[in-house]
Design a protein around this ligand. Structure first.
Ligand code: ZN
Ligand code: ZN
Length: 430
């Protein structure tokens, strides 16, 4: 069976590579660096679904040492009709090492499509040995939905381990997960939800300090281990897998465990939904390849919601996470002078079409205001990018996923740099 599959893969790659030659988004290239895009980009730009993907250069390949790969480029709690975008997720490649930013629905499949390129005699892949850390901007499902998949399937694919190339010995080097701590509270006014007989979910624990409606990154991870205990116990007891829980190291921003990350939180008023106040960027992670800094952005009611900046030897990339356009200057401080800003957008025309012009003081008015201030309308993102003084603006978390290209081009308003309309599996040199 193995030979025909390899043959088919090789033929597919050859076809894709041939079809992709010269396929560059007209507005995406300015200067020397070529942006690699899916082969049928022009079809995609008309909103047609596409099933062919350009092969991504593997980590440690010959090209630019540092590269941004978009794994998922939409957001929201749905699959949009006839569109093949996964939800928010990106990878930053530095040499051999993969850093992942968010992991929305469909993105672990993209991770495999992008990087699972080794041939192996063992019949299993170990490409996740190259994945060193994952950074959650916030804990909405379109940024975390594939996290259980990574935790459950990753241990069979090298997650949290390293193989010595000389001896073949495998050692545990935990995969690092950086994310927010427990938010601590829901918004005070739950009356609309209660009126609909809604149930608020709390974590279940004999320890009162662990009972919460807003678990943070560590508790979420522990609860995933518990929810999938049957299969994990079977795998580790019977099939000689390593202890899954030892393969992952959680570092919460604002958490209180040893190794957690100090969060110099500014004064906010969560009860009023005021979740963003002015602050200076702070460091959350550092190794031989990258220094990662973070700041609060405005994604009310979510608190905290972070943007991250990765500084590498070759350049800097900022991920806005989910945010409205007004971050009290925080994103501008974090992203100042960065090479690439990967920023979320929402289509104002789509919201208008769906929601019309609701009366003030109605739930619909509140929702519409929320969508336009806790996310960034396409026509507002250009100003944000200009104020950040970045060279390149990459649109991701495109909501809805089938937003027409003509609407997305409004991101050029008030921005004179290079605009790249994100597509899954797009590779951008840094
Ligand atoms: Zn989102
Ligand atoms: Zn969100």
């Amino acid at each position: 069976m193995k030979f025909p599959i390899i043959l088919i893969v090789c033929i597919l790659i050859a076809i894709l590579a041939a079809g992709a030659a010269g396929d560059i988004i007209p507005n995406a290239v300015d200067g020397e660096k070529k942006v690699t895009v899916p082969a049928r980009m022009r079809d995609l730009q008309e909103g047609l679904p596409d099933r062919n993907y350009y092969p991504i250069n593997p980590p440690g390949g010959d090209d630019s040492e540092t590269r941004l790969v978009l794994l998922g480029t939409t957001g929201g709690v749905t699959w949009y009709p006839a569109v093949d975008r996964a939800s928010s997720s990106s990878a930053l490649i530095v040499g051999d090492t993969i850093y992942i930013i968010d992991l929305g629905q469909g993105s672990t499949s993209r991770l495999s499509q992008a990087f699972n390129t080794q041939e192996s005699d063992s019949g299993t892949s170990t490409f996740l040995e190259n994945a060193r850390a994952l950074f959650f901007t916030h804990l909405h499902q379109d940024h975390i939905a594939d996290y259980p998949s990574l935790l459950l399937i990753g241990p069979g694919t090298g997650l949290g381990t390293k193989t010595d190339p000389l001896t073949g010995n495998v050692t545990i080097v935990p995969f690092i997960v950086v994310g927010p701590a427990d938010r601590g509270a829901l918004e005070i006014d739950k009356s609309y939800y209660r009126a609909r007989n809604g149930t608020i979910i709390y974590t279940d624990s004999a320890n009162p300090s662990l009972v919460t409606p807003t678990p943070g990154t560590r508790q979420m991870t522990n609860l995933i281990w518990q929810a999938y205990a049957q299969t994990i116990n079977d795998m580790t007891l019977d099939n000689a897998y390593r202890d899954f829980t030892k393969l992952v190291e959680i570092r919460e921003i604002g958490g209180t465990y040893p190794g957690d990350i100090y969060f110099p939180a500014p004064d906010v008023d969560l009860g009023n939904g005021t979740t963003c106040a002015a602050m200076d960027p702070f460091e959350v992670y550092r190794d031989e390849n990258v220094v990662v800094t973070a700041t609060l952005v405005d994604h009310h009611q979510v608190y905290p919601a972070f943007a991250y900046r990765f500084d590498t030897r070759e350049g800097s990339v900022v991920f806005s996470g989910d945010t409205g356009p007004d971050t009290r200057g925080n994103l501008e401080k974090l992203a100042d002078g960065a090479d690439i800003l990967v920023h979320e957008v929402i289509d104002r025309a789509w919201i208008d079409e769906r929601m019309g012009d609701p009366d003030q003081n109605t739930p619909a008015f509140a929702l519409k205001t929320h969508l336009l201030t806790a996310h960034t309308p396409i026509d507002a993102v250009g100003s944000v990018a200009s104020n950040c003084s970045v060279d390149t603006l990459v649109l991701n978390h495109i909501v809805p996923g089938n937003t027409p290209i003509s609407h997305l081009l409004r991101a050029k308003d008030n921005f004179t740099g290079r605009l790249i309309i994100g597509q899954d599996m797009m590779e951008i040199p840094v």
